[in-house]
Design a protein around this ligand. Sequence first.
Ligand code: SF4
Length: 702
Amino acid sequence: MSMAKAERYKSTCSYCGVGCGIIVQKDQKGKVSVEGDPDHPVNKGMLCSKGMNLHYVVEDKSDRLLHPQMRWGKSHPLEKVDWDTAINRAGAVFKSIIKKHGPESVAFYVSGQCLTEEYYLVNKLAKGFLKTNNIDTNSRLCMSSAVMGYVKTLGEDSVPIAYEDIELADCFLVTGANPAWCHPILWRRVESHKEANPDTKIIVVDPRVTQTCSLADLHLQINPGTDETLYLAIGRCLIEQGDIDLDFIEKHTDGFEAYKEIAMGTSLEEASIICGVPVSDIKKAASYIGDAKGFLSLWAMGLNQSAEGVNKNLALIDLNLITGHIGKPGSGPFSLTGQPNAMGGREVGGMATLLASHRNLANPEHRKEVADFWGVDEIPAQPGKTATQIFEGLEDGSIKALWIICTNPLVSMPDARKVEAALKKAKFVVVQEISNKAEAIPYADLVLPAAGWGEKEGTMTNSERRISYLNKFTDAPGEALPDAEILLRFAQKMGFPGFDYKNMGEVYAEYCRMTKGTNIDISGLDYDFLKENGTVQWPFVDKSKGGTPRLFTDKKFYTPNQRAQILAAGPKNKTELPTGVLPLILTTGRIRDQWHTMTRTGKVSKLNKHIPSPFLEIHPEDAAERGINDGDTVLVNGNRGEVRVHAQVTDKIKKGVVFLPMHWGKILKNDFARANNITGNAIDPVSKQPDFKYSAVQVSLY
Ligand code: SF4
């Protein structure tokens, strides 16, 4: 018997938005190993613990869904069926519900881990053919406040920087993020830069002392939720110090006078009390920024996951705008993407409020352009329901059928018990998944087994607008199919034209044509170019010119008058304030070696060793007041539910604040470690992003 040849493929890590390049080796027996791609511009051969262990996830098929399953009625068990039966049922139920209740009665809830082609197809299917804009994504929980921050200030959802700006910056403001754990390879580049240039200043803003703080020259341990006040206070100092760029402000921005009035409306002493940081530290942060030739602001969920997420984004981006630190080397506002393809999804219009190529659903001309391109009569004008609204729709009966793709909402959505109640009320739930551990499966009427990373081809876009092609290097187990293939079969079953692609390259080519003439034009791009030349940053209009590392170098922004908008609303905390009964503030977040709801990283014993079980971080004084010692089992109570975990008593968290990791779901029967039992449905009014970072709780010994 002849042995197969060893094979080598290029891919991109499927976890965080850093987008590290990976070389996959398959030996003669088909065994897979991974290593960092030394030629990749993002990671230059490095991988973090999660990326390094991706091969375990590929090889361990023990929890994989292998066959479609269906139940004939709510009281019946799930039964194995063939693909034709499964797709026929999905088609029949969607047709019947739409006929009876209208297109707004169905919805799709997808993921920032979907490939761009999958995102494109599900949006075309829903918005173009099913005639509903009820297609939203878990990126709503992650990036939507940053999206609206960019749209309002710069005119579009366009991250202006390139990673190469890291090595050109001499001041970093890292806020609402712990990149040392959550964007590790990017942070290693910051560490190396600081090591080579010790005068580089790093300011970290966080109520917790995280691993990121170990590199900080200044840690502002603020009270949760007070970020906006802090940035405005820093802005005030910059104005008073004369460290603003008046020439840039005058020539390229609007709104400075209104901003100045708001910033000067709060004294540094008042800001110091609100934020819980000394005036001297606010001044020091401003002097670091004021002295910088290159200033990068970096942020993530700490700002975005807030009922004031957009305003926090605006106040932070304003610091780059008033100092003119944008569109030049080493400078710019840089939102750290959580998921590997949150940006790619947004490019193709993968949210209830967007259309492909950064077109705006609210704009009739944009809707007509998209309808004409797809050959349909119209795109519905009514905005779709966003993530939390979709589950509210299930609960109030306005949504009857939900199709969940590649996400685990019973762990990741706020107020998870409300999500459980909503799924129970649904008439029809489709769960398209790789893992039989996904907690929505017991609520599913139809379970569709999907292919995972390496089992399908497609593209993704990372945090710096870098598009990469991901190779298929292994077959999916059982009868699992690529998500795109499942969607195509469904669209064909529904009788929709325009879904007869021969391969994924054709899907991508169609999307690339759609971008022509827009600010994210990639009409010059195709699979062949990506396979031959590696990754590119959009816009990419012409193969001879290549991609675009840095935006706005000409200082022409994407707003109607091409001027950046300096906008500040002034802080108003609209979240759940602590009370005598619930006196502590709960904030949630990630740990180093787990990813989201652990359906993949939780399978890797090496990763589980880092932090094997859920915990509550609590300050020693708060613990002592409650008779709690390190390691004790504690009950965390909030307005919506409770969590039972062990206490980690540490002065690394601010007094009055407690922290739960977001990864764990129901780990034992009747024993809950799910942080989202407690978090609430408060959303930002503009971005509709939920607030995971501010819930009133009490903690007691169990
Ligand atoms: Fe993967 Fe992110 Fe780690 Fe890079 S930093 S290896 S993209 S998880």
